[in-house]
Write a protein that binds this ligand. Structure first.
Ligand SMILES: NC(=O)c1ccc[n+]([C@@H]2O[C@H](COP(=O)([O-])OP(=O)(O)OC[C@H]3O[C@@H](n4cnc5c(N)ncnc54)[C@H](O)[C@@H]3O)[C@@H](O)[C@H]2O)c1
Length: 270
């Protein structure tokens, strides 16, 4: 499988770590694309594994089978549809970009999700169960509660615009509403909610609570879903990415697992 990387941050580095350690046998990295040609972060990452550093157009010219995006919601909003229209499949970590109303409509109408566009589990888990509850229309309720240290919430547009005071001693609920509203108020914090919505009830009906928790030492998410077939309740605690304390290590490894899965699917096809 020919793989291109879009984004050269902590997640992309963990994928390159896995390649170098032999966990992605059968995967050939064809290039790393940063925000623009000459991006120093893309150049540094590409050097680790001796591939070309380029921009998206240069990456597409190398004919990857899959592009792994770890570049942010804006990159997904702008590039997800053009990428799959040009041929490669897309593994999208920044699922928040896929719930943008126009992109969401296009990817659902064209049934691109979970096929040409793969959304890894990221910082959460249990998505297979949520999808099963939703498969025959029986999923009634799905919610996520996410616990974040106050420092990671201070610059969020919702906190800034509402003048929310974040306590340094007590845990408190900062936001309670739909994923659609959460993504506008906390665009950098709530990819996990976007991912949950893409496997279940969509962005309007997925409910999100964001708790500011000064005592949290791990990245913690609680997922609850209830439907005709039963219910599930799951807590995920992830350690920080050793390469970026603000990012979940589990999310980075879910990118590695997604690459292994698309590789194995293409092996099946011969
Ligand atoms: N689904 C999840 O649970 C989950 C968890 C963590 C992160 N994420 C997403 O993955 C993204 C990457 O995470 P990270 O820890 O590697 O972040 P990071 O900040 O370490 O790296 C992001 C990199 O992308 C580059 N970039 C930004 N815009 C770009 C563009 N338009 N084109 C190409 N490159 C661009 C940046 O320069 C940077 O090098 C995050 O922004 C977030 O959206 C998702």
């Amino acid at each position: 499988v020919r793989l291109g990387l879009l984004g050269a941050g902590s997640i992309a580095h963990v994928v390159v770590d896995a390649l170098l350690a032999g966990h992605l046998e059968g995967v050939t990295l064809v290039g790393v694309a940063g925000r623009e040609l000459g991006s120093p972060r893309a150049a540094a990452l590409a050097q680790r594994i001796d591939v070309v550093a380029t921009e998206l157009e240069g990456l597409l010219a190398r004919q990857p089978d899959w592009i792994l995006e770890a570049a942010g919601g804006a990159a997904v909003r702008e590039h997800a549809l053009p990428i799959v229209e040009r041929g490669p499949g897309l593994i999208a970590l920044s699922s928040g970009g896929l719930v943008d109303p126009l992109v969401y409509r296009a990817v659902t109408e064209r049934r691109l999700l979970h096929g040409r566009i793969v959304v890894p589990s990221g910082g959460i888990a249990g998505l297979d169960g949520v999808a099963a509850l939703a498969a025959a229309g029986g999923l009634r309720r799905v919610g996520l509660t996410t616990f974040k240290p106050p420092a990671s919430l201070r610059s969020a547009p919702f906190v800034q615009s509402q003048g929310v005071v974040l306590s340094d001693s007590d845990a408190h609920v900062v936001f309670d509403g739909s994923l659609r509203e959460a993504i506008l108020g906390f665009p950098a914090n709530i990819n996990v909610g976007a991912t949950l919505s893409l496997y279940g009830l969509g962005p309007e009906r997925t409910m999100v609570k964001i708790v500011s928790d000064p005592q949290s030492t791990t990245i913690r998410h609680v997922i609850e879903a209830e439907g005709e077939a039963g219910s599930l309740s799951l807590e995920v605690r992830s350690l920080p990415n050793p390469r970026n304390a603000a990012s979940s290590y589990l999310a980075a490894l879910s990118a590695v697992a997604a690459v292994q899965q698309v590789r194995d699917r293409s092996t099946l096809r011969g």
